[in-house]
Design a protein around this ligand. Structure first.
Ligand SMILES: [Zn+2]
Length: 59
């Protein structure tokens, strides 16, 4: 019997503040769009933009 190990990919979104450059990695959400505004920074109230969307393999 052949057992296939499935790879699980988790998608992440990296948010970055345009003001203080602080970034935050979080789970990807369906309506996330690259380089779009996604909120306000928790430390300086600047605008948060989506810097990167990527996926990581989970073993
Ligand atoms: Zn900030």
């Amino acid at each position: 019997m052949i057992f296939k190990k499935e790879k699980i990919l988790l998608e992440y979104t990296l948010e970055k503040c345009s003001n203080c450059k602080k970034d935050n990695k979080r789970k990807y959400q369906d309506n996330d769009l690259l380089f779009s505004k996604c909120g306000t920074c928790s430390s300086c109230d600047g605008e948060l933009f989506i810097e990167r969307i990527f996926s990581e393999e989970v073993s």
